[in-house]
Design a protein around this ligand. Structure first.
Ligand SMILES: *Cc1c(COP(=O)(O)O)cnc(C)c1O
Length: 378
């Protein structure tokens, strides 16, 4: 039996250990220090647009603090892309607000601008108030239709919190994902584009915002010799050890993106002649996905096997794959949330499978995955 081929494993540059050793040698084994500052500097340079970045304990924490910064209050409504991981939506509930889910469009699989506007207008009719924030997601690294989404958001004066957890390095019209909205959340979980073993960051626009995010992330301690609190705080700062891993990972970020794009190109070419199997593509040159995961969809009118048949067969061949995200409006935990749907995300969930795509997946591995799929459908 071959060794198991995993969806998205972490891969180290070798420099991580140096930064961690430095932290131990200088006794910076705390949630602040030179690695935290250094990692934030690296990320600020990387995303550009004169943005500021705060390193946090998780992408979920970044989304939560984004909502805190936007002053989302109990009873407010927040619009969230339905086709996503639950971590996009859970922080809405953490702040006592109500998620309103919006379905995707076909080109990017991300938030449909048309449905977004319908939802905004309808929420105003139903509740008398506009939603207080919009959370679009760049799913699997594919940039959402940010021009359209931002112009609708601006028209109604609603701030955007981008979930760029899967999209570090992805670009829309030459600009990095996570830099379009008022705030942008990044993730460095073990399976994401780079890892800090677990971590995230919030992208913001000014030093003043950065200071306030850091304030909330470190228990909202006021400037006093004793512990003085006027706000509810959180313990969300990234540790100096994790940030050391992050600094080391910055050396391989470009390489990892290139690798994932190469694997994506390989799958694309391998299935080019198969009618009924499609690999998700950049819809136009405006989009430059990092292809965090390569996603395959199966057309049931043309292929007799289901995505579950393929997933199980690959699992037996020692290959990890995963169905596309189950939309939030189908999740039992969100069954009472208003949802504006058009069938796109439900169809993708039924038909789609994420293929092994990480830096540890070789072209021989990808060939093995393709061979097993072709064997099954022929
Ligand atoms: C991973 C992920 C998150 C959460 O990030 P963590 O660092 O795991 O907390 C949020 N949104 C999406 C779309 C993700 O894929």
């Amino acid at each position: 039996m071959n060794k198991r081929i995993w969806l998205s494993l972490a891969h180290m540059s070798g420099r991580e250990q140096d930064f961690i050793n430095e932290a131990f040698d200088s006794n910076w084994v705390v949630p602040l220090g030179p690695n935290v500052n250094g990692f934030e500097d690296d990320l600020e340079k990387y995303v550009g647009e004169e943005k500021r970045v705060v390193a946090l304990s998780a992408g979920t924490a970044a989304l939560h603090l984004g909502l805190v910064m936007l002053d989302i209050k109990p009873g407010d409504e927040v619009i969230c892309q339905s086709f996503t991981f639950s971590a996009s939506a859970n922080p809405i509930v953490y702040v006592g607000a109500k998620p309103v889910f919006v379905d995707s469009e076909e080109d990017t699989w991300n938030m449909s601008p048309q449905l977004l506007e319908e939802a905004i207008i309808d929420r105003k009719k139903v509740t008398g108030r506009y939603p207080k924030a919009i959370i679009p997601v760049h799913l699997y690294g594919m940039p959402a239709k940010m021009d359209e989404i931002m112009s609708i958001a601006d028209r109604y004066g609603i701030p955007v919190l981008e979930d760029a957890a899967e999209a570090l390095g992805s670009e829309y019209k030459g600009r990095k994902c996570g830099t379009f909205g008022a705030y942008g959340a990044l993730s460095f979980n073990g399976n994401k584009m780079i890892t800090t073993s677990g971590g995230g960051a919030l992208v913001c626009s000014s030093d003043e915002e950065k200071m306030r995010i850091m304030f909330y992330a470190t228990q909202a301690r006021e400037n006093a010799p004793h512990y003085q609190h006027e706000k509810i705080g959180y313990n969300y700062r990234m540790s100096n050890i994790c940030a050391g891993i992050g600094r080391g990972q910055m050396f391989v970020l470009d390489g990892h993106i290139a690798h994932r794009r190469m694997i994506h190109k390989f799958y694309t070419e391998a299935f080019a002649d198969i009618d009924g199997i499609d690999i998700m593509q950049n819809p136009t040159d405006d989009y430059n996905s990092n292809f965090w995961l390569s996603c395959m969809t199966i057309n049931p009118d043309k292929i007799a096997v289901s995505r579950e048949d393929i997933r199980i067969a690959l699992d037996m061949a020692n290959v990890e794959t995963r169905p596309l995200w189950k939309p939030m409006h189908l999740q039992p935990v969100f069954k009472d949330a208003p949802a504006y749907v058009n069938g796109v995300s439900e169809r993708m969930f039924d038909r789609g499978l994420c293929l092994p795509s990480g830096p540890m997946v070789s072209l021989a591995d990808a060939q093995y995955v393709v061979d097993n799929i072709l064997k099954l459908i022929s």
